[in-house]
Write a protein that binds this ligand. Structure first.
Ligand SMILES: N[C@@H](CCC(=O)N[C@@H](CS)C(=O)NCC(=O)O)C(=O)O
Length: 213
């Protein structure tokens, strides 16, 4: 049994929970962080000194944090050979796209765009900064578009760990009130993710509790 600490509105928790759902693992999740609090207590800081979510514990094992590392742990322990191959070269190919997604898509979307649009009071919003951030993100979405024109998924023709790191921000990207360039392959890819039950359950989660009005 997995125990997970982290509110379901956290994008990192969503990536982790989506993976848990795709892998069909039993879990217990505790709402921690943001309006739920609980991540600054001595007990929580003993699990994760950073005070961030998610934290995962598999059975009586070590407390794990840093979403990328936790995802790799789950993939290595419970993933299929297609999701996380044994072969080092094949696995590193997937890891390359996973890391690329985290650094260039997730991080360039969440704070620079999502926070500015949803987690900022309307009178404090900086439309020009959002446009600039969309331009910066767009460079990488163009790379994804080229990849998705040639492949069904972000690292190739199988659903892998890289799709978790890439796809978990797309619900918010397509849902919030921003200008989006036409990228048909990305749209097609996103629609296939919407068809996955674990994606709908763990990623397509209302973010209204985060909205600053
Ligand atoms: N590098 C960490 C970042 C974790 C992180 O910043 N988590 C956010 C939520 S996405 C958090 O804990 N925010 C404080 C809160 O929710 O109270 C990871 O990838 O796990």
């Amino acid at each position: 049994m997995l125990t997970i600490w982290g509110r379901k509105t956290s994008s990192n928790v969503q990536a982790l929970m989506w993976a848990v759902g795709e892998l069909g693992l039993a879990y217990e999740r505790h709402d921690v962080g943001h309006r739920y609090g609980g991540n600054d207590t001595p007990e929580f800081l003993a699990m994760n000194p950073n005070g961030t979510v998610p934290v995962l514990r598999d059975g009586e094992g070590e407390f794990l944090w840093e979403t990328g590392a936790v995802l790799r742990y789950l993939a290595a322990r419970y993933g299929s050979p297609a999701f996380w191959p044994e072969d080092l070269h094949k696995r590193t190919h997937i890891d390359k796209w996973a890391e690329w997604s985290k650094l260039n898509v997730a991080l360039k979307f969440t704070a620079p765009i999502f926070w500015r649009v949803v987690r900022t009071a309307p009178e404090k919003r900086d439309a020009a900064a959002v446009v600039a951030a969309l331009g910066e993100l767009g460079r990488f979405l163009d790379i994804a578009e080229t990849q998705l024109e040639a492949h069904e998924f972000i690292a190739g023709d199988d659903f892998t760990l890289a799709d978790i790191q890439f796809g978990h921000v797309l619900y918010r990207y397509f849902d919030i009130d921003i200008e989006r360039a036409e990228r048909p392959a990305l749209r097609r890819y996103y629609e296939t993710l919407e068809g996955r039950q674990p994606y709908r359950e763990h990623v397509m989660v209302s973010y209204e509790e985060l909205r600053v009005i």
